[in-house]
Unconditional design. Structure first.
Length: 239
């Protein structure tokens, strides 16, 4: 099984979601790829109806680690469970860097998701400075150290170099292979590891052929339904 996941970030109204999902369901019928979308919270609850009885899965882009309480602006695992999410993204680089989520907080989020049986897509990745100074392996190790024992069957890890996210720049295929293989070495469980960072219709086939890559987490290109469909087909063909 391979995975093509789309993170809409802070994009996509309810009307957009409805039109997009209907088009995607008409456009692709993947045989060997699991497809999931991660819309913003306002559109998320409608996904339980939009994707009903289809191959399409859906998840939240973030969540807090408490079940309820005085945490203005946050959404809890109980709320996500109620709408039937298939996944929650934890540790996306935008959460780490813009919202200053640290490794301890991310571990608590993984534990909270597990308490409610919500599988996690845990994101890791180095900055450009860290890559330039040869610190990539150490950074990935540090980002995984608190969760490597608790990530388990059903969870997924996404390797997303920060410098490749939203920039149009991607690592070489060798660099992707090396980092993914290092992440797999660090994990205690045998989990799928996805690549993320400027995946598009032009590079999807090449990335799908890199050994060890179990799929992709797509940001910007997942907002264009035709392009996302091409990426899904690239992974569906190159098994
Ligand atoms: C992401 O948001 O996880 C991502 C990889 O973004 P993009 O594909 O736009 O680089």
């Amino acid at each position: 099984m391979r995975y093509v996941f789309g993170n809409w970030k802070m994009n996509g109204t309810l009307a957009f979601a409805e039109e997009y999902v209907n088009k995607l369901l008409g456009e692709v019928r993947p045989a060997s790829v699991q497809v999931a979308l991660f819309p913003p919270f306002t559109a998320l609850s409608s996904f339980q109806y939009l994707v009903k009885d289809s191959f399409l899965k859906f998840g939240a882009q973030n969540m807090y680690y408490e079940d309820s309480g005085a945490f203005t602006g946050e959404v809890s695992p109980v709320m996500l469970k109620e709408i039937g999410v298939d996944y929650v993204l934890i540790g996306h680089s935008e959460r780490r860097h813009i919202f200053l989520e640290n490794d301890e907080m991310l571990m608590k989020k993984v534990e909270a998701a597990h308490r409610h049986d919500i599988p996690v897509v845990f994101c890791v990745g180095e900055t450009l400075e860290e890559r330039r100074t040869g610190a990539t392996k150490d950074v990935l190790k540090r980002q995984l150290i608190l969760v490597q024992d608790i990530l388990s069957t059903g969870d997924i890890v996404a390797y997303e170099p920060v410098w490749a996210i939203g920039t149009g720049v991607t690592p070489t295929m060798d660099e992707i292979r090396e980092s993914i293989s290092w992440v797999k070495e660090l994990l205690k469980a045998d989990l799928p590891v996805l690549y993320g960072g400027s995946v598009n219709k032009g590079n999807a086939v090449d990335i799908s052929e890199v050994s060890g890559v179990d799929g992709v987490l797509v940001g910007g290109a997942s907002l264009k339904v035709e392009e996302f469909a091409i990426i899904i087909k690239a992974f569906d063909q190159n098994i």
